[in-house]
Design a protein around this ligand. Structure first.
Ligand SMILES: Nc1nc2c(ncn2[C@@H]2O[C@H](COP(=O)(O)OP(=O)(O)OP(=O)(O)O)[C@@H](O)[C@H]2O)c(=O)[nH]1
Length: 805
């Protein structure tokens, strides 16, 4: 009972605490939501645990509280104890608290070409990780460190996220404070969105970069959604201040209005465009300049030494900052009402707390390419982004019905880690792991929570883009990579003692596919490459169509598949011919239909006999799940044969009867049937079910579903008419149109089918100034005319194949 009263007291307390949101759980929405796959049925993105304290297994609670030993604690409790994060942390070893306070796991995410890689290159240079800076598409033809793949360097885009780490010595009050930063540079292009998803799943905070000219762009909106999905606190950096037309205030206004996150500058620029020289720090009211080779020396000056105009702007914008903080922080609000000026430490504390609570994002200003403003971003990462103990991590306890339990980033606790990314390296599979609790040591045995397999960890490394540094162990709250650990992306590892697993990341369904065939006979290399790509990238799939015998690859967009075809050629020497990209349609039914199917065949010797009876109906499941049930009374079909029926059902859903695409939202009930003493077999029941499925499906109001995309298009205002025209032609539903001072952003939903070829038309309609991004939303029925065409084409192709057999 005690536990229950602690719970209720705690819940009441927390619901009134101003800092509740800062302690909310970082659970990916996969717990609450799976990707919506069914027409007009969409699940919310919220986590069920948000805003509530979290339970800690009693055994662990005892450990942390020093009250009871593991053995003394009850093995399973009906009522999980819930204690606040502060209480857990208060019990932690001060040495651990101090260690974690200096660790940051952060990602850099932004719209394409905002300068993520350019910025990361400076971070590595200023922290001493690299000796010289190489630019993205730079004249030296070396390319940025984090774009290690040849293709990335050539195309100037990031394809894979790259991890690195560095130590930053933050100079504060004359003394140095050393922070350890694990950093992931993620791709901007939507086709590689899984890279952003998995990075955000394991990172504690993020730097969102925006272009000072373009402000919030289409992909910024996608990245924003992903950060919100994983509850990731962020600081913002308005880059490219050296560009003509740079306007950080517009970008900040757009963060407020378009992304709906209260944002305010914590710096103002000194000069702009060609004459951008440095920034004024509004918290400390000091001017900052970047001198020496590549701006390596940060030079501070008093405001009396800078132009009066910049000083006036700083005073004005400091007021704006304090007013914005007053909206999100009680202490600042009180001082503000009393017209008192908050102290420096009060401002810093308010920014930190509001940022951690995701109620605010502080905005920094600079130009990575002009080597100005990157070091203050590093300081802000240390000052305002969370350390691993600020972000509660949660596992699900399999012993307690998947009840959430907190993990504590404490080195001496039992180990729990999440494999979030796999990469095939020259020395075998490299698995990236975020250690949430305990220590991972070289040579120790870990258990895969899913397969139960025991694995010895032969080698642990810290990654530095494509280079690595071997380490003997890695502590809680850190990121590393291990060799020789066979697993899938998203698997949980424990030391074997804890029955925990962690929720994995959100993996969107592929929406586009194409047929692919090696030009010559390099099949071994081809299969090797396909296996590797699929293991590394859960959004890339490859299968052989049993009917056409063609290999079909599927992914998130045309560029996604194009990159893999190119990698096949370069990395495996396999040249391929590819078919036309095709939309990943789905098939479903809309009404109930009974069936009574007899499968009978006599071919001399033992024959085949199976009779299955029942009905099919739509499941109307929000996630589009299929369902097979048996409701046999009287034992007309034995267990063994019913199992074969289920197999037949599952096979049928893989390739729909209408156009051979996957089936969604369909239930099959078998409630009667008949068996022959001699002729019935598992194979005959499986086949009977497949035939029954095929015939019944066609009578149950079958529908072809197509992927509907959420599209965001932005372009200068003068092209608004052209773009609305382009979207109307595609029967898009325009949901919102946001007109800024010189650019507008239009959001719409449109079928993927209608979006083919859009990028070139958009270019033509906007003189190359428009851009767009799209993301899968859900599946909706295709228009009847298209459905007829798809079926006719499928039948024609099938007849052609049969004729050539
Ligand atoms: N003028 C100017 N150009 C910049 C700045 N930062 C980056 N760039 C340029 O913008 C282009 C894109 O930079 P990247 O660093 O590759 O951008 P990214 O966001 O990593 O790109 P993706 O990973 O492909 O999305 C390059 O040509 C850079 O040189 C800046 O501060 N000012």
């Amino acid at each position: 009972m005690r536990a229950a009263s602690v719970n209720s007291q705690f819940r009441t307390l927390r619901s009134f605490s101003t800092s509740t949101a800062a302690k909310t759980l970082r659970i990916p929405a996969t717990v609450a939501r799976k990707p919506s796959k069914c027409p007009a049925l969409h699940s919310p993105l919220s986590s069920p645990f948000v805003g509530v304290g979290y339970p800690l297994a009693l055994s662990r609670l005892g450990e942390i509280r020093g009250l009871a030993s593991v053995a003394a604690a009850p093995a399973v409790s009906e009522e999980p104890d819930i204690i606040p994060q502060e209480e857990i942390l208060a019990k932690m070893d001060p040495k651990e608290t101090a260690r974690l306070a200096r660790v940051r796991n952060i990602g850099i995410a932004a719209h394409i070409d905002s300068g993520k890689t350019t910025c990361t290159e400076r971070v590595l240079f200023y922290t001493g990780r690299i000796k010289s800076i190489h630019e993205v598409r730079g004249k030296d033809a070396i390319g940025a460190k984090m774009d290690s793949m040849d293709l990335e360097r050539e195309k100037g885009i990031t394809i894979q996220s790259a991890a690195t780490f560095c130590d930053w010595e933050k100079k504060e009050n004359g003394s140095d404070e050393k922070y350890h930063i694990n950093l992931i540079d993620t791709p901007g292009h939507i086709d590689f969105t899984i890279e952003v998803e998995r990075a955000l799943r394991v990172l504690d905070g993020a730097v969102m970069i925006l272009c000072a000219v373009s402000g919030v762009q289409s992909q910024t909106i996608t990245v924003d959604r992903q950060m919100k999905r994983y509850n990731v606190p962020r600081i913002s950096f308005v880059n490219k201040m050296d560009r003509m037309g740079a306007n950080p205030w517009k970008a900040i206004e757009q963060i407020n209005s378009k992304l709906k996150i209260p944002a305010a500058a914590i710096q103002v620029p000194i000069g702009g465009e060609d004459s951008f020289q440095g920034v004024v720090d509004l918290v400390r009211m000091k001017a900052i300049f970047f001198e020496g080779h590549k701006g390596i020396n940060v030079v501070e000056k008093e405001l009396s030494e800078i132009p009066a105009e910049a000083k006036k702007l700083a005073e004005e914008k400091r007021e704006v900052l304090i007013a914005a903080l007053a909206d999100v922080d009680d202490t600042i609000a009180e001082l503000w009402l009393e017209e008192k000026t908050p102290a420096l430490e009060q401002i810093k504390a308010a920014i930190r707390q509001a940022t951690l609570a995701r109620k605010f994002t502080p905005v920094l200003i600079g130009s990575a390419l002009a080597d100005k403003g990157v070091q203050p971003v590093l300081d802000a990462v240390c000052d305002y982004l969370p350390n691993p103990s600020d972000v509660p991590a949660v596992a699900l306890d399999r012993r307690r019905n998947e009840a959430p339990v907190s993990l504590v980033p404490y080195n001496s606790l039992p180990f729990v880690g999440l494999a979030f990314k796999l990469e095939e390296g020259n020395f075998g599979q490299l698995t990236y792991i975020r250690v949430y609790q305990g220590t991972l040591k070289k040579g120790m045995h870990v258990y895969n929570a899913k397969s139960g397999k025991k694995i010895k960890v032969p080698k642990i490394v810290r990654m530095h883009s494509d280079e690595m540094e071997e380490v003997p162990s890695i502590g809680a709250g850190e990121i590393c990579a291990v060799f020789g650990v066979d697993c899938a992306s998203g698997d949980t590892f424990t030391d074997g003692g804890l029955p925990y697993s962690m929720t994995s990341m959100f993996v969107p369904d592929p929406v586009i596919s194409l047929s692919i065939k090696p030009k010559n006979k390099e099949t071994a290399a081809f299969s090797k490459a396909m296996n590797r790509f699929q293991r590394e990238d859960p959004t890339f799939r490859c299968k052989v169509d049993p009917e056409s015998q063609e290999t079909i690859i599927s992914g998130m967009g045309e560029l996604h598949l194009e990159i893999y075809v190119e990698r096949l050629r370069r990395e495996y020497g396999v040249d391929c011919v590819t078919g036309k990209p095709e939309v990943a349609y789905r098939e479903t039914i809309d009404s109930r239909q009974e069936f009574d199917y007899i499968f009978k065949r006599q071919t001399g010797g033992a024959g085949d006999y199976a009779r299955v009876m029942g009905y099919m109906e739509p499941t109307r499941d929000p996630e589009g799940k299929n369902d097979f049930e048996e409701q046999i009374v009287g034992g007309h079909i034995s267990e063994k044969f019913l199992y074969a029926c289920e197999k037949g059902f599952l096979k049928s859903t893989e390739k729909g009867p209408m156009i051979g695409h996957k089936v969604l939202g369909t239930r099959m009930i078998i409630n009667d049937g008949a068996t022959h003493m001699v002729d019935s077999s598992e194979m005959s029941f499986k086949t009977a079910t497949e035939y029954a499925f095929r015939d019944t499906f066609k009578l149950a109001n079958p529908i072809i579903l197509e992927p509907i995309m959420k599209v965001a298009v932005s372009a200068p205002n003068e092209f608004q008419g052209n773009i609305v025209g382009l979207m109307n032609k595609r029967n898009a539903v325009i949901e919102d149109s946001d007109i800024g001072a010189d650019e507008f952003t239009l959001t719409a939903t449109c079928s993927l089918n209608a979006m083919f070829g859009f990028s070139s038309q958009l270019r033509a309609a906007t003189q190359g100034k428009g851009e767009f991004s799209m993301e899968f939303k859900d599946y909706l029925p295709t228009p009847p005319q298209l459905q007829r065409e798809l079926i006719a084409n499928f039948e024609k192709e099938r007849a052609r194949r049969n004729a050539t057999k």
